[in-house]
Design a protein around this ligand. Structure first.
Ligand code: ZN
Length: 446
């Protein structure tokens, strides 16, 4: 374990489920003892798919067999032959049933986001510990206490215990598909805007904010310095920096007890693309690749917000433009079609009354300099974020994600309704600028 990570696991032992994170060469062998130390003895259910079996599952199986351990194979498959597996309600339930049927006492996910989330959530529901052998540095969820699930058609995050042990072999990580490496960097590049959203919500709505989690995120961000341009060559040291930064980002979410530190409006853009992709059979990219483009979108919108003259904000006009909830509900039904029922409950929770909206905007205008100053401490410009993503050959346009212009527009302008968490997208909408700023963003980002 890196000293920084070991120190964090010790310091936050009471808040974290994770007891060991082993990142390094030959980490599957090196970390095998941690599995034995931190998972209960008995039959373990090992989940993998065709690809992850080849790159890491076989090695784990050899070690389990050599140690004479009892274990059972569980292959995660796509809904249709040839499709990537997905973490949805059915996949989680299937793994829960397998845990029950096999009587396994713990489980190990061999994979990245999807397999980890399926095993993490299902094991937690059965009250069992699990561990993860990572196969790609594609997202920051390995160490987080949440699972991203497509539940009733809506991409949601559900709280659950993080893995007891996480093993990331740098040779395996470095040889993962390059788009997955881009995805990991894209997920982390959201930090400047997701933290700004977190801060914005705390200042406008008194929502929870944690300095402890912020400090962990800053430590992780420092590990990313100079990493992007070295990723295309699969430089092992750079991959190590990326992996450790991903682990820290997830730990920050676990310490905060929420995904807020690492997930703001830019994640809504990605979740919207996932949801519509699934519902209407449209193309999707890896989570972090979508998040990267979402990040450029919300960074652009922050630039427009910060250029406003607060004296020009007509609060009463904004309140007057707020549709009564039944009218807005009807608009959502039109907008979301078959996804409406799943979306509307989240949208309703977040929908302001005229009084709430007025109070929020008064607070914004009265404290404009303080709020913008606070948000600016973490923000970066769209151009600097784009330059760093480009150094790593990451996608920076919606067209590169295979998302058409109409869907790109909706992913920015309509995604605020899929989750009850206040972001820059909500504020831009409340000020009446979201559609125009989205159109302007797409002039640069489509
Ligand atoms: Zn993410």
């Amino acid at each position: 374990m890196s000293d920084v990570i070991a120190e964090l696991l010790a310091r936050f032992e009471d808040k974290l489920d994770t007891r060991a994170i082993v990142v390094g060469y030959d980490a599957i062998s090196e970390g095998f003892g941690e599995l034995i130390a931190h998972l209960p003895a008995g039959n373990w259910l090992v989940a993998y798919d065709e690809n992850t079996w080849q790159v890491a599952g076989k090695r784990l199986a050899e070690l389990l067999d050599a140690a004479g351990m009892a274990w059972t194979r569980y292959e995660v498959v796509g809904v249709h032959a040839g499709e990537w597996p997905m973490c949805d309600d059915a996949a989680v339930l299937a793994f829960e049933r397998a845990l029950e049927a096999t009587g396994c006492v713990a489980s190990i996910a061999v994979g990245s986001g999807t397999i980890n989330d399926i095993v993490k959530l299902a094991s937690d529901r059965r009250g069992l510990y699990m561990a993860c052998v990572c196969t790609a540095p594609s997202m920051n969820g390995y160490t987080s206490g949440i699972a991203a699930v497509l539940s009733e058609g809506v991409k949601t995050t559900i709280a659950c215990r993080a893995p007891r042990v996480i093993i990331a072999d740098l040779d395996v990580m470095a040889e993962s598909p390059y788009r997955m490496i881009c995805s990991g960097l894209g997920d982390l590049m959201s930090k400047p805007v997701s933290n700004a959203d977190w801060q914005l919500s705390a200042l406008l709505n008194d929502s929870f904010h944690s300095d402890e989690a912020m400090a962990i995120i800053e430590t992780g961000a420092a590990m990313l310095e100079g990493v992007a341009p070295r990723l295309p060559a699969r430089d092992r040291e750079a991959i190590g920096g990326l992996v450790n930064a991903l682990m820290l980002s997830g730990l920050a979410m676990s310490v905060a007890g929420s995904s807020s530190p690492a997930s703001g409006g830019e994640h809504l853009v990605s979740h919207y693309i996932d949801m519509t992709g699934h519902a209407f059979d449209l193309p999707c990219d890896f989570h972090g690749c979508q998040v990267g483009v979402g990040t450029l979108s919300t960074a652009f919108i922050y630039e427009r917000l910060m250029a406003l003259d607060p004296g020009s904000i007509d609060i009463e006009a904004c309140v007057e433009h707020l549709l009564p909830w039944p009218d807005y509900r009807a608009l959502l039904a039109e907008r979301f079609g078959p996804l409406f029922e799943a979306v509307v409950k989240h949208a309703e929770q977040a929908y302001p009354t005229p009084e709430v909206l007025r109070a929020r905007l008064v607070r914004l205008v009265e404290n404009w300099d303080v709020i913008m100053g606070s948000v600016a401490r973490t923000l970066r410009t769209k151009d600097s974020l784009e330059a760093e993503l480009l150094e790593a050959h990451c996608p920076v346009r919606f067209a590169q994600l295979d998302v058409d212009r109409e869907r790109a527009f909706a992913s920015i302008a309509h995604s605020k309704d899929i989750r009850n968490r206040y972001t820059i997208l909500h504020l831009a909408w409340e000020l009446g600028h979201l559609d125009a700023w989205t159109r302007a963003a797409l002039e640069e980002l489509f």
